[in-house]
Design a protein around this ligand. Structure first.
Ligand SMILES: C[S@@+](CC[C@H](N)C(=O)[O-])C[C@H]1O[C@@H](n2cnc3c(N)ncnc32)[C@H](O)[C@@H]1O
Length: 276
């Protein structure tokens, strides 16, 4: 990769200009430079997974949830999908219609025919006939609040081989911790972990990702959790990669239920203990 520009070999200059990462005269826009570095970095994790999918299938179906301006989708397409002559396709799911329209226009202008964009919530996409019945890869990069949870539910329903998640802040678990705090403090010292409101938020956020991992494991996935380096400016830099391995499910499901019980959060079972 060029040190000067952080641009990968083969990366389309036209696309980077369209994404306003490069200025019209080809200079790197300093504000967007970080975005390029981030997405290129994430690409290093995703590219081997795409190769793995192709060992078993002739084409890849990748769904990007909470796509926003679809930086990730466009860069994945440019670096990996563009030169493929198969049926591989990237689907971008986004609730803001103006972003969906812009992504559609841009993919037409760049002649990226294997990209589709839908103005749907993640939950709606799970039921939509516009999306395939099964998919290979689900990505969700800072999809807001419970959109990451909906993306997990989507991936489980669509039997995704891989899920690549960089969660955003999720309020649901922290809200439940807050609501049950007095009872938990009366029960014992465990609730000291989230007595103070800043700790409630932070522990809630950490716990959410722990529960997500157990949920994925309870559906036979192997899960890895790492830090997405290069995202120093963001507090939200946890990368969860789940790979379907058909692993034994009983133990993680029990752990998940026990953990919710220990913390007095049985009300969240419906969110994380989703059936097959
Ligand atoms: C923080 S942005 C991230 C955008 C993009 N993934 C990125 O990293 O540049 C989150 C996006 O998710 C969209 N969004 C929020 N909730 C959603 C939902 N339930 N379904 C689909 N999109 C959602 C928002 O409109 C927003 O564009």
């Amino acid at each position: 990769m060029s040190e000067k520009h952080d641009i990968r070999p083969g990366q389309s200059i036209e696309l980077l200009k369209e994404l306003h990462i490069l200025t019209r005269d080809g200079q790197l826009n300093q504000d967007s430079r970080r975005k390029l570095k981030q997405v290129n970095h994430l690409y290093q994790f995703i590219e081997p997974l795409l190769q793995e999918v192709l060992q078993e299938r002739s084409a890849i179906r990748l769904v990007d949830h909470g796509a926003g301006k679809s930086y990730l989708g466009f860069i994945l397409y440019d670096l990996f999908f563009k030169t493929r002559s198969d049926e591989s396709r990237i689907y971008g799911i986004e609730t803001r219609d103006e972003l969906v329209q812009k992504s559609r226009e841009l993919s037409a202008r760049l002649n990226f025919p294997g990209m589709s964009f839908y103005n749907l919530s993640v939950a709606e996409a799970t039921e939509s006939v516009s999306l395939p019945e099964t998919v290979d890869v689900v990505t969700a990069l800072h999809a807001c609040d419970t959109a990451t949870d909906d993306a997990i539910a989507f991936g489980l329903k669509k039997k995704a081989q891989f899920l690549v998640l960089v969660p955003c802040c999720q309020a649901e678990v922290a809200t439940a911790l807050r609501r049950t705090k007095a009872a938990a403090l009366a029960r014992g010292p465990l609730a000291e972990i989230w007595r103070h409101s800043l700790h409630t938020r932070e522990f809630g956020s950490h716990l959410t990702n722990v529960l997500r991992c157990l949920q994925l494991q309870a559906h036979g996935y192997q899960v890895s959790v790492t830090e997405l380096v290069g995202w120093e400016h963001s507090m939200k830099n946890e990368l969860i990669i789940a790979r379907f391995k058909d692993l034994p499910r009983r133990h993680p499901a029990e752990r998940l239920r026990e953990l919710l019980g220990t913390l007095g959060l049985e009300e969240l079972e419906g969110r994380f203990l989703t059936p097959e």
